[in-house]
Design a protein around this ligand. Sequence first.
Ligand code: CMP
Length: 144
Amino acid sequence: MKEELPLERTLFIVKPDAVERNLIGKILAHVEDRGFRIVEARLGPIAREEAERFYAEHRGKPFFLDLLDYMTSGPVMLTCLEREGAVRGLREVVGATDPKEAAPGTVRQLFGLSKQMNSVHASDSPASASREVELFFGAQALAR
Ligand code: CMP
C-alpha cells in the first residue's frame, strides 16, 4: 500500500540567474507538473537585509558575501508550494547544490550554471520551510 505523506508547504525561489534568462515559466511548469501547487507568489527584488536574514546559517562562510550580491543582483520569483511531502519531494526535484552533481532531469541539472548560480532554492527541512515561508509571506501563509 502506498504511504500517505502529510500535506506540507515549502519555499521555492527562482533565483536571479534564471529570472534573467526568462526561465520562470519553464521552471514553475516543471514543479507544477510534479504535483506542486503554487499557493503564494511574489516577483521582485529582495533587500540585502532580507537576503542576510534568509541565509543567516551561511554567515561567515567564504561564499556568503558573494551569495548576498548574487541574490540581490536582480528580481527573484518567490513562491510557497504545497504538496503531500512537499519539503523532501521538492529537494528531489531540485537536485544537488552543484548543477554538475545534480541528477539528470532535476531543475539544477537542466538549468543551473554553477554552484552559486544554481537557478533555484528549496527549503532543506520542515523547520527551514516554516521559517522561510514565514520570512517572505508571513505566518498566515503557513496556515492550511
Ligand atoms: P541554496 O540552496 O539557495 O543555499 C545556499 C546557497 O549558497 C546555494 O543554494 C548556492 O546558491 C550558494 N552556495 C552554496 N555552496 C556554495 C559554494 N561552495 N560556492 C558558492 N556558492 C555556494
